[in-house]
Design a binder for this molecule. Structure first.
Ligand SMILES: Cc1cc2nc3c(=O)[nH]c(=O)nc-3n(C[C@H](O)[C@H](O)[C@H](O)COP(=O)(O)OP(=O)(O)OC[C@H]3O[C@@H](n4cnc5c(N)ncnc54)[C@H](O)[C@@H]3O)c2cc1C
Length: 397
């Protein structure tokens, strides 16, 4: 693998860094994004920030120029993401549109559909959510039961989706539903774009461990979706959905920089708390350092493959599995470093980080669930990377 960056990539890095130095709403390298008590306020702030970033061309750098991107490659995307994360820029509020829905539409939608939806995504003029998972269809996504019944001029959706991140703020959703109940499981699905304000859509926020309600249950009760909001042909939903899912895996520059920063902060906190005097903690801190470095190398390996025009394929599961487990270990270590302060929350006295370590520990419990659980990633790695025998259907072990 070739890890050297080109002069053009370094020029891009310098350009985005210079832009961030003058446009970040807090002091570059010192300040942090404001902390919001209310998710709606955070989303409103995120929309303004994303609009500003997009106007300067720093959102969707791999998107075609016709839709607001720069038409650049994965290495340039990696460079920009690294710089955004290094500047502590908040995660894009419109990331589902930018990273999942948009690329799926680019690959599968008609020209009319692209012209209708894509121009509003990068600047967060519209927000998107992903209506895939259901109470009985998560890992086994092809088991979705939401039905899409043919009606005049379109389809009528009936069902219940769950875990839908940011549904309460979304304008549009990509949605997988069963349009042919008689077809084999994977062939009876269709892929729709749903107007989240259409009659029959009801969103119920779900409060998660951190106390925030980022995701939701979404009821679809007789929601009429016109024909021109079907993406791909009826019955092709599984193929289209897989192109969405493939964008959830691969390189992860953002988590890489976040974990490099978390590690640095943890080492500083550990020094202040006297954790280096404890042999066992000292060993675990050294191990955390090694693990974050390995995550960096795994990212670079995938990036090097992408640059040669190859897909990370099932090896993307190795990266997802590795970083999520690494993250959970790192945050568990952080709580051990805090020692007696570990059970404290925001605004408590003598609580290094003012609750940020505790929140991160809670938040990253989800890392082994979203974008495919770690059990599923292990199945992929064992069967498709290591070539071990496939688990027999119905086998309990
Ligand atoms: C923070 C977060 C945000 C999310 N956002 C969205 C979103 O916006 N839109 C959306 O559609 N979904 C979203 N999800 C849902 C996510 O994709 C699912 O949680 C995930 O696919 C797992 O499905 P499940 O929760 O139904 O678990 P299940 O599939 O019911 O699995 C339960 C347990 O059984 C294990 N298991 C299942 N099958 C196997 C197998 N074959 N072999 C071994 N073990 C197995 C799983 O690993 C898991 O431990 C989000 C999830 C999280 C945590």
């Amino acid at each position: 693998m070739d890890l050297t960056t080109t002069p053009q990539q370094e020029a891009l890095r310098a350009e985005v860094r210079a832009w961030l130095r003058t446009h970040l709403p807090w002091e570059y390298g010192v300040g942090l994004p404001p902390r919001f008590e209310d998710l709606a306020e955070e989303v409103a702030f995120g929309r303004r920030w994303q609009a500003e970033l997009a106007a300067a061309g720093w959102v969707g750098v791999t998107w075609p120029e016709a839709y607001g991107g720069r038409g650049l490659g994965p290495a340039e995307h990696f460079v920009v993401q690294e710089e955004l994360a290094r500047a502590r820029a908040p995660e894009l509020v419109g990331r589902i549109g930018v990273n999942l829905a948009g690329p799926t539409l680019l690959a599968n939608a008609t020209d009319e559909q692209k012209a209708r939806w894509l121009p509003d995504i990068l600047g967060a003029r519209t927000l998107w959510c992903q209506l895939f998972s259901e109470p009985d269809a998560g890992s086994d996504l092809a088991a979705v039961r939401t039905t899409a019944r043919r009606v005049e001029g379109g389809f009528e959706l009936q069902g219940r989706k769950v875990w839908t991140s940011y549904a309460q703020f979304a304008d549009w959703a990509v949605c997988l539903a069963r349009s042919d109940p008689d077809a084999p499981k994977h062939r009876g699905l269709s892929y729709f774009v749903v107007d989240m304000r259409a009659p029959g859509v009801t969103v119920h926020p779900l409060v998660q461990l951190t106390g925030e309600a980022e995701f939701n249950e979404v009821e679809l009760d007789g929601v009429v979706v016109p024909d021109d909001q079907l993406v791909g042909a009826a019955g092709e939903g599984w193929r289209v959905a897989n192109s969405t899912l493939s964008h959830e895996r691969g390189v992860n520059p953002r988590q890489l920089v976040i974990h490099l920063q978390h590690l640095q902060e943890l080492l500083t906190t550990a020094a202040a708390c006297g954790a280096f005097d404890d042999t066992r903690l000292r060993r675990r801190l050294a191990q955390a350092y090694v693990e974050v470095r390995l995550f960096q190398l795994l990212n670079w390996r995938s990036l090097s493959k992408l640059q040669r025009g190859l897909e990370p394929g099932p090896e993307g599961s190795v990266l997802k599995l590795y970083w999520s487990e690494m993250s959970k270990r790192l945050h568990a270590l952080a709580l051990d470093v805090l020692g007696p302060a570990a059970p404290l929350w925001r605004d408590a006295a003598d609580n290094p980080g003012d609750g940020s370590w505790q929140r991160a520990w809670l938040y990253y419990q989800a890392a082994s669930i979203f974008a495919g659980t770690n059990e599923i990633q292990r199945n992929v790695v064992s069967e498709r990377v290591l070539g071990l025998p496939r688990q027999a259907a119905g086998s309990a072990s």
